[in-house]
Design a protein around this ligand. Structure first.
Ligand code: 2X7
Ligand code: FE2
Length: 309
């Protein structure tokens, strides 16, 4: 055996989170990009956000990573946190609210080994977890949109984590407690795995949206935030991220979720901050924009620059 190499079957350790990103998933973004996988075609739109994703992709283009780990609020599992446990997923994902914008033919690989390790780690901490092993399972559009916008090549396996929606059944405090634990378990499993991981929290910020759609949907003369109050909340959260005030974000999460109807209610935002160890380093804002009135920020925490996380 080569000196320093590990025998097969032994976990290597010292895996890491190379970066964490807030990666919003309105299906409008994929619709506006016109990738061949999506059936509906557009005349563009939401450029500020799509340019933001361009900047994010450019920022991480030389960062080496093995797998994308993503938590999406649109895979809703009310009994525990679930992980896709099927290696190859191929089907059509349709947004139930915007089927006119998103009917996407996906073909993706799951890192089941890492998914199971996070599952096992969380289980050992008393969390309710489950591996989803139905081969006909359809991957939710939140997962697909965020992954596509971050890595349109689809050449990396993903770990797909559900949203337990514990805020709806219990309270924002329970949601946060669970997501902080899931974040720690995620970080621990990643470290043991020896893999380099890119983490994505797939969510919008303020989430109050219009109830009617313009014609065409990509008519940007009609796009704006639903209210000044939503704008103020979005700017406050962005400011806290840019200042590295992760713990304050978690502290203000209850008011943010309630007053901005924030999509952080699904837990992804708290989960990613916890997995990164509540970073005090400033995050990089790559873009902000509204989609059908909701507020969306593309943000990167470049952990690879910080040494050990
Ligand atoms: O899922 C979404 C979203 N979060 C925001 C805006 C529009 C559609 O879908
Ligand atoms: Fe959403």
């Amino acid at each position: 055996m080569i000196e320093g190499a590990e025998p097969f079957g032994i976990t290597m350790g010292k895996g890491s989170i190379v970066a964490g990103c807030l990666a919003p998933h309105p299906p409008h973004l994929v619709y506006a990009e016109n990738p061949e996988q999506n059936e509906p075609k557009s005349e563009g739109g939401w450029e500020q956000l799509r340019w933001g994703y361009e900047r994010l992709r450019d920022s991480i283009k030389d960062v080496d990573y093995d797998v994308i780990v993503i938590l999406s609020p649109h895979w809703q599992t009310y009994v525990g946190t679930h992980f896709i446990g099927v290696e190859h997923c191929k089907s059509k994902s349709v947004d139930p609210v915007f089927p006119n914008l998103f009917r996407f033919n996906y073909d993706l690989q799951i890192d089941v080994e890492l998914a199971r390790s996070i599952h096992d780690e969380a289980k050992s901490k008393g969390m309710s977890v489950k591996m989803m092993e139905n081969p006909d399972f359809r991957v939710d559009y939140g997962t697909i949109v965020s992954c596509h916008m971050v890595r349109p090549e689809w050449d990396k396996p993903i770990v797909s984590i559900s949203s337990n929606r514990s805020l709806s059944y219990y309270s924002v405090e329970v949601m946060q407690e669970m997501m902080i634990e899931l974040g720690k378990s995620t970080a621990k499993a990643i470290e043991k795995s020896g893999k380099k991981c890119l983490l994505l929290a797939s969510n919008s910020l303020s989430h109050r949206h219009f109830v009617t759609e313009t014609n065409p949907p990509e008519d940007m003369s009609k796009e704006h935030i639903t209210s000044h109050a939503m704008h103020l909340w979005d700017m406050r959260m962005i400011d806290l991220m840019k200042q590295g005030k992760s713990q304050q974000i978690v502290n203000e999460m209850p008011e943010f979720c309630e007053q901005a109807i924030a999509e952080a209610d699904g837990g992804a935002f708290t989960w990613i901050l916890s997995a990164m160890g509540m970073p005090k380093q400033p995050a990089t804002l790559h873009g902000y924009g509204t989609i059908i009135g909701t507020g969306n920020a593309i943000v990167e925490w470049p952990c690879y620059k910080w040494g050990d996380v």
